[in-house]
Design a binder for this molecule. Structure first.
Ligand code: SF4
Ligand code: SF4
Ligand code: SF4
Length: 249
């Protein structure tokens, strides 16, 4: 009998980009495949083992049957990790929570198609207890590998709790807000090395909010940078619709 920890990957409503990032990561870190046994990973293999200790869950919960699947995963796995923005905080899927499912369906598929039996997109943590999450859209390869190594060593995966602005300043980027571009770096969890702002694009918040984000300060900074309110709001809706709804109450 193998003593290697058994790992499974599951996908829900998502683009599967985080799973592809996992495949990429494992190709660069093949040594990990010697110390774990992957028993289920639809993106990469046909076997579907149901005996696992660590479960990575990608994607948002959007339907009743998703809840049943998540509960089954939680029952089996000792550790459940939300993989990527969709699973961590609803991600881009939560954008459609701003309208009725029928309205979103008609917009995408037209009026001839029956409205899907879906409800508001939500993170896995709203259905089951999630032990850890790996943020981002998609996840960062190094962060995924570091999380797996930590779990194998019996440690908790660690994430930065400071904002993207810190990494942005360390890279000596020119602040895009001074160019009149909206940026969520001051309220977004670091760890991506400010990849977007280094390219002159405002942070979209894909890694989710830091603890105690100063949203009021962000609104003032946006206003002082003459960023139209509609643009500032649109920026915050792309990834943060679900998290901000929680803060608004
Ligand atoms: S977080 Fe982004 S890359 Fe990952 S599954 Fe969701 S949409 Fe795709
Ligand atoms: S560009 Fe964004 S992340 Fe960088 S310093 Fe300005 S607000 Fe912060
Ligand atoms: S800069 Fe912002 S949007 Fe870009 S990867 Fe980092 S957290 Fe995501």
């Amino acid at each position: 009998m193998s003593a290697k920890p058994k790992i499974a990957f599951f996908d829900f409503a998502s683009c599967e980009g985080c799973q592809l990032t996992v495949v990429d990561s494992l190709q660069k870190h093949v040594e990990l495949l010697d110390v774990v046994e992957i028993v289920q990973f639809r993106e990469a293999m046909t076997e579907r083992g149901e005996d696992y200790q660590i479960a990575f869950v990608e994607g948002s919960c959007t339907r009743q049957q998703d809840e049943e699947r998540l509960l089954k995963i939680r029952e089996q796995a000792a550790v459940v990790i939300a993989l990527g923005a969709c699973a961590h905080m609803g991600g881009v899927n939560a954008l459609r929570n701003r309208q009725a499912v029928a309205q979103a369906s008609a917009y995408v598929y037209g009026n001839e198609v029956e409205t899907p039996k879906a409800y508001a997109a939500r993170p896995a943590s709203e259905v089951i207890a999630v032990d850890y999450f790996i943020p981002g859209c998609p996840i960062d390869q190094n962060e995924f590998i570091a999380a797996v190594k930590a779990l194998l060593q019996g440690r908790s995966p660690q994430l930065p709790d400071y904002p993207v602005c810190v990494e942005c300043k360390l890279r000596e980027n020119a602040c895009v807000m001074l160019q009149g571009k909206a940026c969520l770096g001051s309220v977004t969890r670091a760890g991506c090395d400010a990849i977007c702002t280094a390219l002159g694009v405002g942070c979209e918040g894909c890694r989710g909010l830091i603890p105690n984000p100063n949203l009021e300060g962000l609104a003032i900074a946006m206003s002082e940078s003459h960023i139209p309110i509609a643009e500032a709001e649109a920026k915050q809706q792309l990834f943060l619709t679900h998290q901000l709804a929680g803060i608004d109450g």
